[in-house]
Write a protein that binds this ligand. Structure first.
Ligand code: ADP
Length: 485
């Protein structure tokens, strides 16, 4: 391990500007999914430590909210620079706990820095309104204020950038934060504490706790000092958090599951579609909420698409994320592999054919072969359930409307992709798809400048874009009367 990487490997929680253990002294082990070796431990905190973190954040909020947007932006720009100065070390840490290839990890860390910079800039453009008054002697102002302490709960698949999307707008808006990273990948989360301290954020502005998800989650959702919950993770836990947050009527932002369709029409540029398919399916070994879960390919191009997809899939190099040239790391844990196996068994029982892959990789552990499954049908469980692994099921359709209907036949609505060279069809299909993100002839579309967020049960609220800061602000109407005008 590089010396700089070990600097970011913090086995403590960051509360009120101090690095602390769990009250009980209990700890959770963190393992490297590629080697299955223990990397280290992190505190197993619960309600009491979380309450202290919330109180520290509330105290810090009293002065942080009064700083100017420009001063906050200056600190955020320093944070951006610190992330980029340490990009290699942070990426290596991310690979060790998460497993993705190093080039993807570097990309993620770069994206984290980009979110911080974007919101440093957006924070300076939080405009209110002066509204024409219906009364001659009164004036109307509309102002925006930070909501207060926010609770951020993040998943293991993007342990760095999912926090950047939440901390960036929160801090820029003048909020303070208590963050809970996933237990599988806590170090990339705790690294935000190391960076915050080094850059000089005031104590308590950023707090990071690890440990029991339900205990920390319960405190964050029930404590009235927390005014907003922002969550990225499964739809199941998202619904639970929404219910719990209802008790104190907190704002909520939810980035939940996806079930992304990827449609290829007969008139598509085939090579471009295959290139897009590989990145939309296999990035992070299929473990992203915008990963293609279902390919829908029109009859006339089906066989040629499958042939090329299989050829490209076979070329993917599987191995430890730190090895040169590796494109596919291990899955996060045994549960993830078992889920993939279950869905594949169900699909093959219902008529699906394995065109390549289909089983655990010879490397052992949680490595799985990149897989293409043909003759997929809507009766299969993977029509509605997220695979979250390197399996590409390919469905067949005949008419455009049928393809769009199949793509929409899900309770999810996060990302979708489609390939066509017909402009009219591009608009018809784009307008017909009920998804929050649409890639037209593109398989990777996330960028800090654009709003990211789902429709239907994929979530609420947007992250990124100028919209991404709105959820961290309260709008206040002020009526000034008695002006004697
Ligand atoms: P995944 O299946 O991707 O792990 P989860 O929704 O289970 O998705 O996890 C996402 C985040 O939510 C993680 O940080 C996890 O620890 C946290 N989490 C899980 N259960 C709860 C809960 N009951 N309350 C609060 N947070 C939870």
């Amino acid at each position: 391990m590089l010396k700089k990487t070990s600097h970011f490997l913090r086995e403590a929680n960051f509360i009120g500007g101090s690095w602390v253990e769990a009250d009980s002294g209990a700890a959770i082990e963190v393992t490297n999914p590629a080697t299955r070796q223990t990397i280290g431990t992190v505190p197993k905190c619960g309600r009491a430590e979380t309450r202290r973190a919330i109180e520290a954040a509330q105290e810090a909020f009293q002065s942080w909210k009064k700083t100017s947007a420009n001063d906050r932006a200056k600190l955020l720009r320093k944070l951006h620079d610190a992330i980029m100065d340490n990009q290699d070390a942070l990426a290596e840490l991310l690979v060790m706990e998460q497993g993705k290839p190093l080039f993807e990890a570097k990309g993620e860390v770069g994206m984290s820095a980009a979110y911080i910079l974007w919101f440093a800039e957006e924070g300076r453009r939080v405009y209110g309104d002066v509204v024409p008054s219906p009364w001659a002697d009164r004036r109307i102002l509309v102002t925006k204020e930070p909501v207060g302490v926010i609770g951020a709960i993040t998943p293991w698949n993007f342990p760095s950038s999912m926090l950047a999307r939440k901390l960036g707008p929160a801090l820029a808006a003048g909020c303070t934060a208590v963050a809970k990273p996933a237990s599988q990948t806590p170090y990339s989360g705790l690294a935000w504490g190391v960076l915050a301290e080094e850059v000089g954020f005031p104590k308590g502005v950023i707090n990071i706790v690890t440990g029991s998800a339900s205990e920390i989650g319960d405190e964050l959702t029930e404590n009235p000092l927390v005014r907003k919950i922002t969550f990225t993770g499964s739809t199941e836990i998202g619904k639970l958090l929404m219910q719990k947050a209802a008790g104190t009527v907190k704002k909520v932002s939810m980035e939940l599951g996806g079930n992304a369709p990827f449609l290829v029409f007969d008139d598509a540029d085939l090579d471009r579609a295959v290139e897009g398919a590989i990145i939309a399916k296999y990035r992070n070994s299929g473990q992203t909420c915008v990963c293609t879960n279902r390919f829908f390919v029109q009859d006339g191009i089906y066989d040629r698409f499958v042939e090329k997809l299989v050829e490209a899939t076979k070329k993917l190099k599987v191995g430890s994320g730190l090895e040169d040239g590796v494109q596919q790391g291990p899955l996060i844990d045994d549960g993830a592999v078992e889920k993939v196996e279950e869905l594949l068994a169900d699909a093959t029982e219902k008529g699906g054919k394995i065109a390549t892959g289909g089983k655990r990789h010879d490397l052992g552990g949680t490595f799985f072969e990149p897989t293409v499954l043909t003759e997929a049908s809507p009766r299969m469980r993977l029509m509605e359930e997220e695979i979250f692994g390197p399996v590409a099921p390919v469905f067949r359709f005949k008419e455009e409307a049928e393809g769009v209907a199949m793509a929409n036949d899900t309770s999810f609505g996060l990302a979708c992709y489609f390939y066509t060279s017909d402009l009219g069809r591009a608009f018809r299909v784009m307008e017909g798809l009920r998804y929050g993100l649409v890639g037209v002839n593109e398989g990777l579309i996330t960028t800090v400048e654009a709003p990211f967020g789902g429709f239907k049960e994929s979530g609420l609220g947007k992250e990124g874009g100028h919209q991404g800061i709105e959820d961290y602000l309260d709008t206040k109407y002020v009526c000034i009367g008695g002006l004697g005008l």
